[in-house]
Design a protein. Sequence first.
Length: 203
Amino acid sequence: VRLEREKAHATRTETLTKLKADLLDVRGSTQLKLKQLGQKYGNRMQTLIDEWEVREAGLKKDLESTKKAYMGLRNSNRDQEEALRKQKLRRETDLDNVIKNFDSRMAELNLQRRGLNDDISKEEEILRRLRDHFDLIDAENGRIDAENIVDEARRSRLRAEGNRLDDAASTVQCYWKGILQREDYHKLRKAMKKKGKKGGKKK
């Protein structure tokens, strides 16, 4: 877009310069011709002057039209730059909102992970106490029954613990994945800001 604007600006400037040069050339050459013809033909002087004035008026009109077109192009480019600046600000705002939402979600997941770890620790302590209690039973039959109960409780607790550990592992994976995505967001944001600064210097 900038290259097109600069190219259009250069074209308009070149056209203005050419028209001015043509106007000066025509004026100089015409005045010289008028002087020579006036000396030779006298009566044709006014006719040539009238023709020159008509041509000069046409060139001035073309020059004014070109100036207006040039100013219109400058105003259009200014509007485009303002629109691009606003679009950049909107995208930065959207990116900030995404990062804030991501941080909030990560905080929630971290809190859930801590709560899950606490639950696992409590259940492990309960299981340990159960084992200690049944280990103290002296009677053989009671001990056998107790061992069966402990084994069943162990299997049940291990299944529950395994499920909870699976959930915890999934939560941790989401947590780390989120951290990596957040780093990517920060990198993208820095890249956009650097690009914006470079664009500003070129202007």
